[in-house]
Design a protein around this ligand. Structure first.
Ligand code: NAD
Length: 497
């Protein structure tokens, strides 16, 4: 919105199940609060999927989404059975929505929660990691899913988390990763976090390994403020946080990119209570408030959030948060929305009121330009589909030793990451999927092919090795080149090596 009361056009979708009821309630509250918005509706969800649109979105919807740039989405029902693409993943990746932001706080004593002081935000990377959807079955027995993590992807989300902390007066950003195991991919995330954290000395920063981090979240969520993490971990821990806050029906989330943003409740379409005027509209209302801040209307968001808190404090509760002790009026969706509307302009008496700066702005991040790095090819991992007579690693090892040629030599074979040749335990269980590592013959003795730092290995060495493997009847399924980048080994070593 601009300062002259020009309305912002946003795209809305009513979705499935309880979607239409909570969207109607949300729009009524926003309009009553003076939101300067105009709405363009698109159809998404179950009916659209069943009509044969595999993305779950009607044709023409993309054009509206691209034009308006802001999308408020009610939950949808994904039909059972295969073949339907996740609408959320499609929208996130197509519109470059790299940050998934989920604020999560307790509303004790007005909504029961074990953790009365819990008030945290999970900021999840939304585009990379195992969600790139690159999967292959490579042998009878083995499938793989590629985990892709990029430096710009890490930097974008991590800077976003620190900028968010500054913008919202938060004190600490915690990184969660599994870099004790995935030293390169999660290691990159942690490394970029440490680099970026140094630029924000006013914000405290720390790191947890994701397993203990998730355990602490379930047990002591009050110790966290802003959490930034990779896609899969973020998906899991944001549900843990919503659950332990005691209020799945209350939370909203923002999916934000450089040009587009999508806002939604964290819960699903709740078909069990659809059409009964039972649903709690607070999650979508909360999402709408995140949207209003994004649209440059922070004071309207503040007004709605405070009226919502006052409604909860006054004991007006939908069935999902009903408590014999705390509820004064059990309300349906419509009555709850009316109660919020009646309280617009009021502030909560006991719960901390929400305060938004007049000029609260969408968060912008600037990336460090990427710098060219020296890259040398040191060898290759060739993956084979092989069983032999008895799946004996020594049989495969000896066969490969006889095929290596003058330039390359076999340095090891692993099966599911565990070194089985040379050495290895004879009882180790082996699948039909073997990673065979070849390096420059000289490099095992510590010298290079030439003195002018030319790559130790050239593609031709690899191609001629592959030809020899093929002539010997071996079945290769893929290659991974082994690089040294900026003077550092840029690949993992085997477990047990
Ligand atoms: P759900 O979140 O819809 O429901 C879980 C439980 O919480 C149900 O008992 C439901 O009645 C209750 N609940 C949820 N929201 C509520 C609200 N606002 N007020 C009161 N009670 C509420 O999860 P589910 O049952 O696993 O999924 C149902 C459908 O929703 C599935 O098709 C799923 O794919 C879809 N889903 C969609 C989204 C989305 O569109 N973003 C997210 C999650 C699930």
């Amino acid at each position: 919105m601009t300062g002259n009361n020009e309305k912002t056009r946003v795209t809305i979708a009513y979705g499935d199940g309880i979607g239409p009821e909570i969207m109607a309630a949300t729009i009524e509250v926003m309009n009553a609060a003076g939101a300067q918005l105009e709405y363009d509706e698109i159809k998404i969800g179950q009916d659209v999927y069943l009509k044969g649109q595999e993305s779950g979105m009607e044709p023409g919807a993309w054009e509206i989404l691209r034009r308006n740039k802001i999308f408020l989405k009610a939950p949808i029902t994904t039909p059972q059975g295969g073949g339907y693409k996740s609408l959320n993943v499609t929208v996130r990746t197509t519109l470059g929505l790299f940050a998934n932001v989920r604020p999560c706080r307790a509303y004790t004593p007005y909504v029961e929660s074990y953790f009365p002081k819990m008030d945290l935000v999970v900021i999840r990377e939304n585009e990379e990691d195992l969600y790139a959807g690159i999967e292959h079955q490579q042998t009878n027995e083995v499938v793989q899913c590629l985990k892709l993590v990029s430096r710009p992807g890490c930097e974008k989300i991590i800077r976003y988390a620190f900028e968010y902390a500054r913008a919202y007066g938060r004190k600490k950003v915690t990184c969660m990763s599994k870099d004790n195991i995935m030293k390169l991919s999660d290691g990159l995330f942690h490394k970029v976090f440490d680099e970026v954290a140094k630029e924000y000395p006013d914000i405290e920063s720390n790191h947890f390994i994701i397993d203990i981090g998730a355990a602490m979240l379930a047990d002591r969520p009050e110790m966290f403020d802003v959490i930034v993490t990779l896609n899969l971990y973020g998906d899991i821990i944001s549900d843990i946080t919503a659950q332990v806050a005691g209020s799945v029906g209350l939370g909203g989330s923002a999916n934000v990119g450089e040009n587009f943003a999508m806002f939604e409740a964290i819960h699903g379409s709740a078909p069990d209570i659809a059409g009964k005027d039972l649903a709690n509209p607070s999650g979508l209302l909360h999402a709408a408030c995140l949207m209003l801040v994004h649209a440059g209307q922070p004071k309207v968001a503040e007004k709605i959030m405070n009226a919502l808190l006052k409604t909860l404090e006054d004991g007006i509760h939908t069935g999902d948060i009903y408590s014999e002790k705390l509820t004064t009026q059990r309300a349906g969706t419509k009555a709850f929305a009316q109660a919020v509307i009646e309280r617009l302009g009021q502030a909560p008496q006991h719960l901390a009121a929400v305060q938004m700066g007049e000029n609260a702005q969408p968060i912008e991040v600037k990336l460090t330009p990427s710098r060219a790095k020296a890259k040398r090819l040191l060898g290759v991992d060739i993956f084979l589909d092989w069983t032999g007579e008895h799946r004996d690693p020594r049989e495969l090892g000896q066969l490969l030793e006889s095929l290596t040629g003058d330039q390359l030599q076999l340095s090891m074979i692993t099966n599911r990451g565990v070194q089985v040749y040379p050495g290895g335990f004879p009882d180790a269980f082996c699948t039909d999927h073997w990673r065979c590592r070849f390096v420059a013959r000289q490099s095992l003795h510590g010298t290079h092919r030439s003195h002018n730092m030319a790559p130790d290995v050239i593609y031709y060495d690899i191609i001629s090795l592959l030809q020899r493997l093929m002539s010997a009847g071996l079945n290769f399924i893929k290659l991974e080149n082994l690089y040294e980048i900026d003077g550092k080994r840029a690949y993992s070593v085997a477990q047990g090596a």
